[in-house]
Design a protein around this ligand. Structure first.
Ligand code: NAP
Length: 254
């Protein structure tokens, strides 16, 4: 995939949940385009491994373990970023969890956990990132990874769909409130992307049939989402804010 070697030159980007999957691809892409990247997951060893991979490819990365659903962890993540790189330009809210549970079997603990990571995490991180960008007086960029699950019915994962729909709402309101501080806020809504998160589902024969009819371009790659994030967080999208960019191989149009 083509990238622009200097699009994020000298910029500092945090990508939550970037030890694997879509987040790791985003971190690799932003580093390849010149950014200093902070990689994150709840596990320090996994974040360290992703940071080493980025360094091996010639990039600059710092690994910080933090749970995005905990305010103290989020503040420590921001503090570690600014301590190391002195500023923050791009914050990608990517960390997320997924779980299949029919609506009638959904339990309170599952619902609370899904919204804590998927919605509260975006609020905590987005607020901390915006406060830093405002203190710097530089403007900045926040990208929220939502899902097509937030745009339509999400059978057997109502809590996941509800969390992602909330992220789309947060994106619009954050964009409106932060525009005067020159902070753009956009969402990416991926379709089905080949990561650990969906490894179980994509093996299911009936799901393969669904993919064949609903997604003519098949299952996407994490790099497809990384390319969209690199566009929307860059100055190429300087006039775009409050938007949701759907990257789903056509799923939602069929
Ligand atoms: P993944 O492979 O399961 O990776 C999730 C990442 O998030 C891991 O690095 C994980 O590390 C981290 N994480 C989970 N909970 C966290 C927390 N509380 N705090 C910090 N990090 C946390 O998932 P993925 O498929 O790459 O998904 C990335 C994002 O894309 C998610 O928001 C997901 O909802 C969204 N998305 C995915 C698809 C898809 O088809 N794959 C489609 C639409 C949207 P630890 O577990 O070690 O913390």
């Amino acid at each position: 995939m083509n990238h622009h070697p200097d699009r994020f030159k000298g910029k500092v980007a945090v990508v939550t949940g970037s030890s694997r999957g879509i987040g790791k691809a985003i971190a690799i892409r932003l580093a390849a385009e010149g950014a200093y990247v902070v990689v994150n997951s709840r596990k320090q060893a996994d974040a360290d491994k992703a940071a080493r991979d980025i360094a091996a490819a010639g990039g600059h990365a710092l690994a910080v373990a933090a749970d995005v659903s905990k305010a103290a962890d989020v503040h420590a993540l921001l503090a570690a970023t600014v301590r190391k790189f002195k500023r923050l330009d791009v914050f990608v809210n990517n960390a997320g969890i997924f779980e299949m549970k029919p609506f009638l079997q959904l339990d309170e603990a599952s619902f609370d956990r899904m919204l804590a990571v998927g919605v509260k995490g975006v609020y905590l991180c987005g607020q901390a990132a915006a406060r830093q960008m405002i203190a710097q007086k530089t403007g900045g960029n926040i990208v929220n990874i939502a899902s097509i699950a937030g745009l339509m019915a999400c059978a057997n994962a109502a809590h996941y769909g509800a969390a992602k729909a909330a992220v789309l709402s947060l994106t619009k309101t954050m964009a409106a409130e932060l525009a005067h501080s020159r902070i753009r806020v956009n969402a990416i809504a991926p379709g089905v992307i080949d990561t650990d998160m969906v490894a179980g589902i994509v093996k299911d024969p009936s799901f393969k049939q669904t993919i064949a009819t609903k997604a003519p371009f098949g299952i996407g790659k994490p790099e497809d989402i990384a390319a969209a994030v690199a566009y929307i967080a860059s100055d190429d999208a300087r006039y775009v804010t409050g938007e949701t960019l759907v990257v789903d191989g056509g799923w939602t149009i069929f």
